[in-house]
Design a protein around this ligand. Structure first.
Ligand SMILES: C[S@@+](CC[C@H](N)C(=O)[O-])C[C@H]1O[C@@H](n2cnc3c(N)ncnc32)[C@H](O)[C@@H]1O
Length: 289
């Protein structure tokens, strides 16, 4: 299985806001560029203990997260009745949240095995006829769809390297910005492990800034309070990650900020790998493209 990060901290600061956005925005079409699998069996690893299992243990610290679309969905699946053992990837989250209201789901991945499982999952949910699984490079795939994109769409872009150019000299960040300029709604996720990596990403994001541009993107990065120290000999998956959103409603934007504050609250006084302070901090930014 190629995606090993399921249920880790990076998934927390991706799936909690994603679920809120989908429930609020109710797009007609959901397009995911990097889908991976619909569901996973948790192993109880240190990384997951600092991720979803930390959320589970500390859920009472945040009524807002306890009431969130994400937590309700995850805690209510039958396999998790006696504690969370099954984790849902973003394709399953989207299919569950938008099932009846969406007209179409488009899932890209270069791995056939992921798409096969998504198709099976969609079939079980009676959503097979609305679900399109595309086994191809999604940078070009998304760019090829740009002309037909609009406010009815929600694009979820979740690669690791947002700025790596493909053979046609396009990156995920380029594709995301083109989609946002066409008025599609969406979110882009990126991760980093050092201050330097974060700086590179911030420069990439800001490289598209256009002060006369009509589209505003809002970002929130969540990171370990130890990111600046460079002293850790463990890694929970990522030490920091950011989400950039565009064309979402005021309600979603407010929810985005609230969720960041609540995630910080749930990690207060926490430890990472029983060894280091696990506390998180966050930073917000906005750009115009
Ligand atoms: C970070 S995981 C996605 C996790 C998932 N979005 C979630 O939140 O549960 C990345 C996925 O991207 C896929 N991938 C990598 N490069 C790709 C490309 N060029 N086009 C489409 N999919 C790609 C990988 O096969 C992998 O399944």
């Amino acid at each position: 299985m190629s995606y090993r990060h399921f249920g880790r901290i990076g998934d927390i600061w991706k799936h909690i806001p994603l679920c809120e956005f989908l429930a609020i925005e109710k797009p007609t079409r959901y397009i995911e560029t990097n889908s991976a699998f619909p569901q996973y069996q948790l192993t109880g690893s240190f990384e997951q203990q600092y991720g979803i299992l930390h959320i589970e243990k500390n859920i009472k610290k945040s009524q807002r997260i306890e009431q969130s679309v994400y937590w309700k969905l995850l805690s209510n699946i039958p396999e998790n009745r006696n504690g969370v053992s099954k984790y849902l990837g973003s394709p399953a989250l989207a299919l569950n949240i938008l099932g009846d209201s969406a007209k179409e789901f488009v899932f890209f991945d270069i791995e056939e095995a992921c798409l096969k499982e998504i198709a099976e999952y969609a079939k079980k949910k009676n959503l097979a006829t609305k679900t399109n699984c595309l086994n191809q490079d999604s940078v070009d795939g998304l760019i090829n769809m740009v002309e037909e994109l609009g406010s009815q769409d929600f694009i979820h872009v979740d690669p690791y390297f947002i700025y790596k150019k493909n053979a046609n000299n396009n990156s995920y960040y380029d594709a995301f910005c083109l989609g946002m300029k066409k008025g599609a709604r969406g979110m882009l996720w990126y991760g980093f492990n050092t201050v330097q990596e974060r700086e590179v990403l911030q420069n990439v994001v800001r490289s598209q800034t256009d002060n006369s541009g009509q589209t505003r993107l809002q970002g929130i990065e969540i990171m370990s309070i130890l990111l600046d120290e460079n002293t850790l000999d463990v890694n929970p998956g990522v030490l920091g990650c950011g989400i950039l959103i565009g064309n979402l409603s005021q309600h979603s934007r407010q929810s985005f900020q609230e969720m960041a504050q609540e995630v910080i609250k749930i990690y207060r006084d926490s430890t990472m790998f029983n060894k280091y302070p696990g506390e998180l901090k966050f930073e917000e930014f906005e750009i115009q493209i």
